[in-house]
Write a protein that binds this ligand. Sequence first.
Ligand code: ADP
Length: 246
Amino acid sequence: LEEALRQSQKMEALGQLTGGVAHDFNNLLTAAQSNLQLLSRHLAEEGRRYLGGAAAALERAEKLTRQLLSFSRQEAVNPTVIEVGHALRQMEDLLERSIRADIALDWAIADGPLAVEVDPVQFELAVLNLVLNARDAMPMGGRIRISAAPGAQPDTVDIAVADTGRGMPPEVLARAFEPFFTTKPLDKGTGLGLSMVYGFARQSGGGAEIESSPGQGTRVTLTLPATAKPLPAASPAPSAAPAAAR
Ligand code: ADP
């Protein structure tokens, strides 16, 4: 529990730090830019050219900090009541296409409505991230199990993605949720997958946990608060579009 608490504090601190620094930087950059503009009025042709170079660099810096800001800020959420089993089943085609033929995907979804209130797009992204990580952990093939059931704690729903892959050594497990932490080659990993998953779970009022044994496999469990709110009335399914177009 202490470790989980530390982890969540660390994540929040990191987000705040990034956001705070980016925000201050943005203000400084804006100030520098407007001073350059004033300065340009007092300069001759050649001076203005140098100034143009400085202004372009500032503009690039501003763009970078804006990206940092949007990463650290909570993404706009669109809380919607979904039935977890149904939502997972709807992802089956997408997930099957995301893994390889030497990986079996199996399902253990408990009967009965498992309703949670989450941003449905983020929910899908979180599950997809977990399945892609599981795939990457099994270069020689294996099995991915997606499960959903009432949680161990009352009024919660547990959603888990388990694999039979390489597992995580303790030093990776300790840092896996950290943004930008990755053991993958630079062109493969961003280190943002699990931090996104964690952020999604926290934002939804729940949490995320990893169990992993090196050489045996990994299970990531999301515990989300169950909701008693009714499911929204059925609307025409957007995923009626051809699968290949998604
Ligand atoms: P990325 O996948 O871009 O590296 P993540 O935040 O999703 O970023 O994961 C961070 C690290 O955690 C990975 O680089 C990998 O070392 C480890 N990891 C994540 N999921 C698994 C898994 N299912 N099995 C083994 N290691 C994993």
